[in-house]
Design a protein around this ligand. Structure first.
Ligand SMILES: [Zn+2]
Length: 113
């Protein structure tokens, strides 16, 4: 389950961000997970809850937003929405797609106390 390592990465980002700030705890974290990122939101939630135990983010609510997968179609010249990396272009059914978005996971925002 690679979500465990990713959850640790998220916690690292959170800890780095709040370092030096006068906050006692992290209340909420907004996480954006791209549709094409191979990260399972449910697994991410589960792992996150496990890794934050004893940290400044213990008990923090995790809000997961999905970023749509986007690709540029070289066949018809449009930017299209794709739900998987092996999808065909929804406009022309071509396979010459270059992914342009939705492959990443990032911490969008957080609320501290
Ligand atoms: Zn196309």
């Amino acid at each position: 389950m690679h979500e465990m390592a990713l959850a640790e990465g998220v916690l690292q980002i959170v800890e780095d961000t709040v370092q030096g700030q006068s906050c006692s705890k992290v209340v909420k974290i907004w996480l954006e997970i791209g549709e094409l990122s191979h990260v399972e939101p449910a697994a991410m939630e589960f792992c996150f809850e496990a890794v934050v135990k004893g940290s400044i983010a213990e008990g923090a609510a995790l809000q997961i937003d999905r970023a749509p997968g986007k690709a540029w179609c070289h066949n018809c010249g449009h930017e299209v929405h794709v739900a998987s990396l092996i999808a065909a272009c929804p406009l022309c059914n071509g396979f010459k797609l270059q992914v342009t978005g939705g492959e990443d996971m990032r911490v969008k925002e957080m609320e501290v106390d």
